[in-house]
Write a protein that binds this ligand. Structure first.
Ligand SMILES: Cc1ncc(COP(=O)(O)O)c(C=O)c1O
Length: 445
């Protein structure tokens, strides 16, 4: 019998998906090649709290949590009860729902930059709305970006400016196929942390830039004064500053990174974790930049859906009620400590680094060794022990100390195997899975 979990049903479904669904999955980060393909589970049938059961009946501790979208835990009772009650009252009315105003008030009380609010059903869509509003409010076309902002044309046009194979920006290996060439030059990436480059771009495109859209942080907090510097440049050039807090919002601080660094952007995009697994997104901002949106064509049937509204309201209130910031700090710090202890015990060079809301395992890989082999081996050996993860970890409030201990014990075994693989030049022999593909680059690490 194999020492690895049986995942035959997952593999069979994935093969079938190859015939029915171009690209296999709806989100690139869900593809089997982002994990340890052949060992990691691909399809789930149930999820509760910090765990899920795959279609082959294996149980896993989940550190991916729908790429961060689940924050309270899977099938959280408070949110699900509110959603079920709402379903009984109607999921989508003919008339508008007062919930729209209730959530807008909650967001304005929570996010420093929020005075007015528009809704969507996801993060990329909300980024597209923010780009539309910024362009409409300023009458300018160009947008400077730093981060991942979704799949829409306005953003993917950034790839026209670079070599998709070797370029630093934004998606190695992904060409802007299907994106109108007419958009080339309308979106320009800049490097995180480099104020001089940003200043130069603003000079170079003077008078044409509508907005700077950026992820204010991802796995570490920004260098001191960096975001204040970005804001000063935006103001000097009369450009709208948009923080995309789709991934960094909620866990580190309920008010977002902006509430930690004390820089209030003109607009903010939020989504994902705001609704604990129900589709939702929002663009919030200062009255002066949001008000012009009333004259723009920004309109969609399901943006009024009550389920996302009630799920968001309940999730945000539960995050506050359960003192999420303190608990995420505890979980993140315990996990980081436990993983570092495991690495040190085993004698594998590396560190678990990053924000407590997004700890990342960084294994020092000797020159000449393909780092992806090492990360795939880690993901493979964690999957073998019932832990589903990338190299980074996204907790939920449902994760317990016992989950952390079980994860650290699995990591210790995985680190030992990696160490022996590196020392004995045996990575290829130890890898049962296909080497994982590089995730697309997000500019903000
Ligand atoms: C910072 C950021 N913005 C936008 C998006 C896109 O959100 P969605 O996948 O809901 O369209 C993501 C998704 O990972 C994200 O991390």
């Amino acid at each position: 019998m194999s020492i690895y979990p049986e995942t035959a049903r997952s593999q069979a479904l994935y093969a079938r998906a190859g015939e029915l669904i171009p690209g296999w999955t709806q989100l690139i980060s869900r593809r089997a090649d982002q994990f340890a393909r052949g060992v990691s589970p691909v399809y789930a049938q149930r999820a509760k709290g910090s765990r899920f059961i795959d279609v082959d009946e294996n149980e896993y501790i989940d550190w991916v949590n729908a790429v961060g979208a689940v924050i309270l835990g899977h099938a959280d009772e408070a949110v699900d009860d509110a959603v079920k009650e709402q379903i009984d009252r109607g999921s989508l009315y003919t008339l508008n729902s007062p919930l729209e105003l209730e959530l807008a008030e909650e967001l304005c009380a929570t996010l420093p930059s929020a005075e007015m609010v528009r809704y969507t059903k996801g993060g990329g869509e909300a980024c597209a709305v923010a780009a539309r509003i910024a362009r409409g409010a300023t009458g300018r076309d160009k947008i400077l970006i730093c981060g991942y902002h979704g799949w829409h044309d306005w953003y993917q046009a950034a790839n026209f400016g670079v070599d998709p194979e070797s370029g630093e920006y934004p998606f190695a290996g992904i060409e802007p196929i299907g994106v109108p060439k007419a958009l080339a030059g309308t979106v320009i990436p800049f490097s995180y942390g480099n104020l001089a480059q940003l200043a130069e771009l603003l000079e170079q495109h003077g008078g044409e830039v509508a907005a700077i859209m950026m992820e204010p942080a991802r796995s570490t907090l920004p260098p001191a004064d960096y975001l204040a510097g970005v804001q000063a440049l935006a103001r000097a050039h009369n450009v709208i500053l948009i923080f995309d807090e789709v991934s960094c919002g909620w866990r580190q601080a309920i008010g977002g990174i902006q509430s930690i660094v004390g820089v209030t952007p003109d607009m903010t995009v939020v989504a994902k974790a705001m609704s604990n697994g129900y589709p939702m997104g929002a663009v919030v901002g200062a009255r002066a930049v949001m008000e012009p949106a009333a004259r723009m064509f920004i309109s969609s049937s399901y943006w009024s859906d009550n389920i996302g509204l009630v799920a968001s309201l309940t999730t945000i209130r539960e995050l506050k009620r359960r003192d999420a910031e303190t608990r995420f700090r505890e979980i993140g710090e315990k996990l980081r400590l436990a993983l570092n202890a495991a690495m040190a015990d085993v004698g594998l060079p590396g560190r678990c680094i990053g924000l407590h809301s997004n700890p990342v395992v960084n294994i020092e890989v000797p020159a000449g060794i393909d780092a992806r082999k090492v990360s795939t081996l880690f993901i493979q050996e964690m999957a073998r022990r019932g832990i589903h993860t990338y190299m980074s970890f996204k907790a939920t409030l449902a994760h317990t100390d016992a989950d952390i201990e079980q994860t650290a014990a699995a990591a210790r075994a995985a680190f030992a195997i990696i160490k022996s693989g590196l020392e004995n030049d045996a990575l290829d022999r130890l890898l049962v899975a296909d080497v994982s593909k590089e995730p697309f680059r997000r500019l903000v690490r």
